[in-house]
Design a protein around this ligand. Structure first.
Ligand SMILES: Cc1cc2nc3c(=O)[nH]c(=O)nc-3n(C[C@H](O)[C@H](O)[C@H](O)COP(=O)(O)OP(=O)(O)OC[C@H]3O[C@@H](n4cnc5c(N)ncnc54)[C@H](O)[C@@H]3O)c2cc1C
Ligand code: SF4
Length: 461
């Protein structure tokens, strides 16, 4: 293989993996990782680092992998990231670090994500963990939500010596990493739980089943429980629907509910106490990562699955790798197609989805060509379940119970990008709760910025 081509990564065969929930990508072994690392030319003013929202020293860690010093490589990554095994698996590297890699100008960019994943997995296997702080400063900070934003903020503050407690509404830690992204892309026990264990080793305390805004408010945490600052990383978990006739029929799910039942409640297992409806033919409406995850989950549960998306393939917002994997596994893509009604039988159960064909018109505000209905082109796809995957927005519970916390018209918390500062003194925010549904690495970047903002605030206080 030439230096222009990346070392291929091993994957489960599509026909086999379409019937199981095991991880699709098998990752590099040490020899493969060292070979891929040797393609990196260690640029001085590395473009890849500018594409990384948490500024990992990419040439630094890859240089160590090249020499076989994996522990050193792990130390370098850990300085900037609390969740490398997660990011190596789910970050959209093609539009971030790898999208900027100089090698990509002529040939394949370096597989930075796969190298990051290899280093993090090696650290798990060899019992190597980030160093806890030497000294504590005694100042208490509360973090709301244990998703990537909250966990990153908590980890960074703990490294600076703060006494950090994370409050999580659910019974499991990890946010979307545990309830949204499926096992076959991101193993829960082997990866997510272990990365959170590492944050616990830094001294961060976690309290589950605490819904801020119901169990206790932010004002009470600050006034009665001695927390000097609060970071809100509560995500954007409220699903959107289309508002078309029939959306209340039995067998219509939001992708959030469907994936939460499968991932968090383990409904995909035969012995699960909370089973999920196993459709025979399922339509998933939407074209993002969440739609791909819902479709590939329904496929593994035995259904024929159609993605129904109103624009063309070029506009699919999902990662290229996810679309590729979905196609390989046999998901059918009904593109330039929009649902207009969900049809139900006499007992109220879904029996079809009525759609209309679309064509692309002039570009809209987002720069993408606007889909326009083709008159008289309605048709019905016979399905027994429909999964709506149209995006999510933040739950207004926290903003409606916190005096002085400003939100915008989408109920996203207003916060400064550089430091997470909100309109309420001592309260910082970041991640999907501020931006609306985005990505793991952007949430982590916001968690880092929030930790920096809180540190500055409490240092000056
Ligand atoms: C199915 C799916 C697939 C995705 N795939 C990808 C991908 O491949 N790559 C990628 O980069 N991104 C992906 N994303 C997006 C990514 O997961 C999110 O952008 C990211 O998790 C946001 O992090 P966060 O910490 O802001 O919020 P979350 O991960 O949503 O975490 C918020 C946490 O706060 C808790 N919480 C909420 N309200 C309260 C409250 N009142 N009190 C206490 N706790 C509360 C929630 O229970 C949750 O645990 C995907 C999202 C979904 C849903
Ligand atoms: S831009 Fe590419 S080649 Fe240069 S340091 Fe980054 S990964 Fe290596």
């Amino acid at each position: 293989m030439g230096v222009l081509e990346k070392v291929p990564v091993r994957e489960q065969d599509p026909a086999v993996r379409a019937t199981n929930f095991e991880e699709v990508c098998l990752g590099y072994n040490k020899e493969e990782a060292m070979e891929e690392a040797s393609r990196c030319i260690g640029c001085k003013n590395a473009a890849c680092v500018k594409g990384c929202p948490v500024s990992i020293d990419i040439p630094g860690f890859i240089g160590q992998v090249k020499e076989g010093n994996i522990e050193e490589a792990y130390k370098i990554i850990s300085e900037a990231s609390s969740l490398p095994a997660v990011c190596g698996r789910v970050c959209p590297q093609e539009s971030q670090c790898e999208g900027k890699c100089i090698r990509g100008l002529k040939g394949d960019p370096i597989s930075i994500g796969k190298l990051e994943r290899f280093v993090a997995d090696w650290a798990f296997e060899n019992d190597v963990h980030p160093e806890p702080p030497k000294e504590k400063n005694g100042k208490k900070v509360a973090v709301i939500g244990s998703g990537p934003a909250g966990v990153t903020c908590a980890g960074d503050l703990a490294k600076l010596g703060y006494d950090v407690t994370v409050f999580e509404a659910l019974h499991e830690l990890g946010g979307v990493l545990v309830y949204g992204i499926p096992e076959f892309r991101l193993p829960k026990e082997r990866v997510v739980r272990k990365e959170i264990e590492n944050v616990k080793r830094l001294g961060v305390k976690f309290e589950t089943n605490v819904v801020i805004g119901k169990s206790v408010t932010i004002d009470r945490l600050m006034e009665d429980e001695g927390f000097e600052a609060v970071f809100i990383g509560s995500g954007a978990g409220l699903p959107k629907f289309m508002g078309i006739p029939g959306e209340n029929a039995n067998g219509v799910f939001s992708a959030n509910e469907y994936l939460t039942r499968s991932n968090l409640m383990k409904a995909f297992r035969e012995e699960s106490k909370t089973p999920i409806m196993r459709g025979k033919k399922v339509a998933v409406v939407g074209g993002g990562n969440v739609a791909m995850d819902a479709a590939r989950t329904a496929l593994r549960l035995g259904a024929e699955v159609h993605i129904v998306y109103r624009r063309s393939e070029a506009e699919l917002p999902a990662r290229v790798e996810e679309v590729h994997h979905a196609k390989e596994e046999g998901i059918i893509f009904d593109l330039l197609t929009n649902p207009v009604e969900i049809l139900a039988d006499e007992n109220g159960w879904v029996c079809g989805i009525k759609c209309i064909k679309m064509e692309l018109g002039e570009p809209d505000a987002s720069g993408r060509r606007r889909p326009v209905e083709v008159a008289g082109s309605e048709f019905v796809i016979d399905v027994d379940a429909v999964i709506m995957s149209l995006g999510t927005s933040p739950n207004p519970l926290i903003s409606s119970t916190t005096e002085g916390l400003e939100v915008n018209k989408w109920k996203c918390i207003v916060a400064e990008e550089d430091n997470g500062k909100t309109t309420k003194e001592g309260v910082y925010a970041g991640g999907d709760a501020v931006t609306g549904a985005a990505t793991v690495i952007l949430a982590m970047g916001a968690g880092r910025a929030g930790a920096k903002g809180i540190h500055e605030y409490l240092s000056d206080k």
